[in-house]
Design a protein around this ligand. Structure first.
Ligand SMILES: CCCCCCCC(=O)SCCNC(=O)CCNC(=O)[C@H](O)C(C)(C)COP(=O)(O)OP(=O)(O)OC[C@H]1O[C@@H](n2cnc3c(N)ncnc32)[C@H](O)[C@@H]1OP(=O)(O)O
Length: 144
């Protein structure tokens, strides 16, 4: 879950599970990048814009052990035409703890045709008939 904050920003928490391991006992970097991407992606809902990740530059600053709660904080830094620039940090030990990961992202606004043209029909039909997905897409609730 992500919560709206000051400006166009969100905070979120991600708990590293044993299935997220790369090196023994430590989170895999790709999973941490996914947590950053998901948190950054939720910013676009606040703009009510459909957008996909075009670029995601990630810094892995500290190892993140299994069972750690990663405290994520993401905000939009600029919007230019279809381009949405955003940045995020993931801290450990609490929301004010040391930065373990950070990312800068560029999301590109797309039409819904992006998914219809490129996705698989079965999954698109399933998403359209899933009331949770439709509710999320049509009426994104801020801090419900
Ligand atoms: C609704 C739920 C959405 C959930 C999203 C969750 C987050 C995700 O994981 S998304 C999945 C991963 N991302 C993808 O699959 C995207 C794959 N890429 C694409 O489909 C295309 O490259 C796409 C749509 C991003 C851009 O293509 P296109 O629409 O033709 O735009 P294009 O004209 O090339 O570029 C538009 C602008 O963005 C810039 N741009 C595009 N890609 C990049 C990039 N990687 N780096 C820097 N700039 C870029 C271009 O330079 C251009 O800038 P300007 O307007 O200043 O000339």
């Amino acid at each position: 879950m992500a919560r709206a904050g000051e400006g166009v920003s969100v905070t979120a928490e991600f708990t590293v599970q044993p299935a997220h391991q790369g090196a023994p006992g430590l989170a895999h970097g790709g999973v941490l990048a996914t947590a950053l991407d998901e948190t950054l992606g939720s910013l676009n809902w606040l703009l009510r814009t459909i957008a996909v990740t075009g670029r995601l530059e990630t810094d892995f600053v500290r190892p993140v052990p299994v069972d750690t709660v990663l405290h994520l904080d993401a905000r939009i830094t600029a919007v230019h035409g279809r381009k949405i620039y955003s940045t995020a940090t993931g801290r450990i030990g609490g929301p004010e703890g040391p930065v373990a990961v950070r990312a800068d992202a560029l999301f590109i606004e797309v039409k819904v045709d992006h998914f219809i043209d490129n996705g698989r029909p079965a999954e698109i039909r399933a998403a359209m008939s899933d009331p949770d997905q439709v509710r999320r897409a049509r009426a994104f609730e801020v801090n419900p």
